[in-house]
Design a protein around this ligand. Structure first.
Ligand SMILES: NC(=O)c1ccc[n+]([C@@H]2O[C@H](COP(=O)([O-])OP(=O)(O)OC[C@H]3O[C@@H](n4cnc5c(N)ncnc54)[C@H](OP(=O)(O)O)[C@@H]3O)[C@@H](O)[C@H]2O)c1
Length: 195
């Protein structure tokens, strides 16, 4: 069984970006040598294709994930930059009921039965795990399917912003597997869903 892992950057107060979801403040500020080394060795595939060459990630093999799923609003950010396959080194799925056709041969659109499609991906034999990239609304829709959380929290308080899960009250329990701390103040916590 392949895991669905929500690997997400958030503020101390649990927001994944400002009210529009813009996370660039936290993404850029904490990319120092120690933190980049962590990403490079443990999660190199989570950096988008167009950023990888600048940071020396382009030749690195995938370590944790071979598949990514994101919501259409998150995918739109890449499209606006003219990038149609932001994770070309992974199998890419974009959840959308409004995108009639995929803008890229590497990107498959999931319009119907999102949960069923994700369950089928999880049931595939072998391979690496599935990277749930976000955003908030997609994570809310898939909350019950999430097997693992990897929360990169940065020492910033937003006060308000986009929540980690765009859902109503829906309490789920997770077990803490590990905490990594970095000199820049970032914490990376890993949790497994308690079932
Ligand atoms: N901090 C981080 O690490 C991080 C990571 C990723 C994203 N983000 C931020 O998250 C923001 C976007 O989040 P968001 O919550 O607004 O949007 P989102 O979750 O990225 O995308 C929402 C869209 O996904 C589609 N969708 C959702 N559920 C679906 C279902 N059951 N079936 C089919 N399609 C479905 C719909 O697309 P249609 O409208 O086309 O039907 C919906 O409008 C971005 O601003 C981004 O910066 C932050």
């Amino acid at each position: 069984m392949r895991k669905l892992t929500y690997f997400i950057a958030c503020s101390l107060d649990g927001f994944i970006g400002d009210e529009q979801g813009d996370a660039s403040e936290m993404m850029l500020r904490f990319m120092d040598e120690e933190y980049l080394h962590f990403l490079k060795t443990e999660f190199p595939e989570t950096l988008p294709s167009h950023v990888r060459p600048q940071l020396g990630f382009d030749a690195l093999p995938n370590v944790r994930f071979d598949t990514v799923i994101q919501g259409r609003a998150s995918y739109d950010l890449a499209l606006k930059e003219g990038v149609t396959s932001p994770y070309a080194h992974l199998r890419e799925y974009v959840a959308s009921r409004s995108l009639a056709t995929s803008p890229d041969p590497n990107v498959e659109i999931i319009a119907d039965d999102l949960v069923g499609r994700v369950r089928a991906l999880k049931a595939e034999e072998g391979g690496l795990d599935i990277y749930l990239c976000g955003g908030s609304r997609l994570a809310g829709e898939l909350l019950d399917e999430i097997d693992e959380l990897v929360i990169k929290s940065y020492p910033l308080v937003y006060g308000t912003g986009m929540p980690m899960f765009g859902t109503g009250l829906d309490i789920k329990e997770f077990t803490l597997d590990g905490v990594r701390s970095f000199t820049n103040g970032a914490l990376v916590r890993t949790y497994t869903r308690k079932r």
